[in-house]
Design a protein around this ligand. Structure first.
Ligand code: CMP
Ligand code: MG
Ligand code: ZN
Length: 407
């Protein structure tokens, strides 16, 4: 089936099917959402449903975009994602889009639930046209992500600054332009630029800078009367929200969080395998003989994600639910880690203490994952926890468990 066929069958379905037909699509208004198990066609239709709802808002009536135009744009955008990537594929983009949609509903910015927008709250700075731009940024935020790369010619092209994020933003803008949607995103240059700039905020090497800026913003909204220019506060809110959505997998119900973590680690270790083949140095997080799923998630939550969500929740209180879920997930990962350590101790006792005795054990990933089908490896023993010291607060500037190594 070609993309055009998908497009037309969807249009026919929209014209002839009853409204309840859309119920077979996952509930986009649910935090327990996941795109797993959805076909490309279903993913495309889920995205369409989000934008279709938002574009029906009276404040966005002026954005005249036909159903066919919207569908064509989404189909084209889906096709520039590399679906052979375990993690950085169109499903991840859909997940990020749904997360933003959900959070905007919780904040009362989108009126599709019974939450109301209070004028006194920071989120009242977000206007429907900002929301539209932000949702476009979300679905395009990892467009054309290469997954693994053997060299980095893009670095030269984009002057080494937020290389991948610049690629995603440029790819998205080209498609918006091709489909005549760029004019609709905003009538002034600055509004169109906002879409780009919020994608640039997803560069994890800038993570700590953003967390500091958000901390200051919380301080401004909660303790002082001095505010930045409205547009600056608004841009920062957009950056904060897209950043949260981008790493929201660690705040989803644990069953989805583990699946995302496994997929990401698969992508990382494929990168490591390639680097090994090329004789390049390999980061521990990309090294299949070193990475331990539980440690990667405990560190990522403790030293990267929780800080962001808690600070965002100090500005946008309604986001607290996600920080709470993340803390629960952290406890689950910690208890899983304890069980593995216990198993490891048992294993050490029964195994021969001779250091030269080669034994077949599975890597940390396999041992700790129920659904991943990674291969067995000849390793002497599972890497000890001491080998991979937990980051202390002094290491905060250089979290090693996220892809900050791009630059
Ligand atoms: P990307 O989606 O491009 O931007 C955010 C990055 O955060 C993501 O790529 C990963 O590199 C990293 N990240 C997201 N979720 C996790 C996770 N659960 N564990 C470790 N790193 C993550
Ligand atoms: Mg990215
Ligand atoms: Zn992403």
């Amino acid at each position: 089936m070609t993309n055009k066929d998908i497009h037309f069958s969807k249009l026919l379905m929209d014209v002839y099917a009853s409204p309840t037909a859309t119920l077979k699509y996952p509930n986009i208004s649910n935090w327990d959402f996941s795109p797993f198990g959805l076909t490309e066609q279903d993913l495309i239709h889920s995205v369409y449903l989000v934008f279709d709802q938002v574009l029906k808002l009276p404040e966005l009536y002026h954005i005249s975009i036909t159903q066919a135009q919207l569908y064509d744009f989404i189909i084209d955008l889906a096709s520039v994602y590399h679906n052979q990537n375990p993690y950085h594929n169109f499903a991840h983009a859909v997940d990020v889009l749904q997360c933003l949609f959900y959070m905007l509903c919780e904040l009362g910015v989108l009126p599709f639930t019974n939450k109301f927008l209070q004028k006194s709250k920071p989120q009242s700075l977000l206007r429907p046209k900002d929301v539209f731009a932000l949702l476009i940024a979300a679905i395009g935020h990892d467009a054309a992500h290469p997954g693994i790369n053997s060299s980095n010619p893009l670095a030269t092209l984009y002057n080494d600054k937020s290389v991948l994020e610049s690629l995603h933003a440029m790819t998205l803008f080209q498609l918006l332009n091709k489909h005549g949607i760029d004019r609709l995103v905003g009538d002034s240059k600055s509004e169109a630029y906002k879409v780009v700039s919020s994608i640039l905020a997803t560069d994890m090497s800038l993570h700590n800078d953003y967390v500091s800026k958000i901390k200051e913003q919380a301080n401004r909204f909660n303790n002082t009367n001095s505010h930045l220019d409205e547009q600056d506060e608004r841009n920062l809110l957009c950056s904060a929200l897209i950043k949260c959505a981008d790493i929201s997998n660690v705040a989803r119900p644990f069953h989805w969080g583990t699946k995302w973590a496994e997929l990401l680690v698969q992508e990382f270790i494929s990168q490591g395998d390639l680097e090994k083949q090329m004789g390049l140095p390999v980061l521990p997080m990309n090294d299949r003989t070193k990475v331990v799923l539980e440690d990667s998630q405990i560190n990522f939550i403790k030293f990267v994600a929780l800080d962001l969500f808690q600070n965002v929740a100090n500005v946008l209180n309604e986001i607290e639910f996600a920080a709470d879920q993340m803390k629960k997930n952290l406890r689950r990962w910690e208890s899983r880690k304890k069980n593995i350590e216990y198993e490891q101790e048992e294993f050490d006792i029964v195994s021969n203490s001779s250091t030269t005795h080669m034994i077949m054990v599975e890597t940390g990933i396999k041992r700790s994952s129920s659904s991943l089908d990674l291969q067995h490896h000849d390793v002497k023993r599972r890497p000890s926890i001491e080998k991979y010291p937990v980051n202390n607060t002094d290491d905060r500037d250089a979290p090693v468990y996220c892809q900050c190594s791009i630059q």
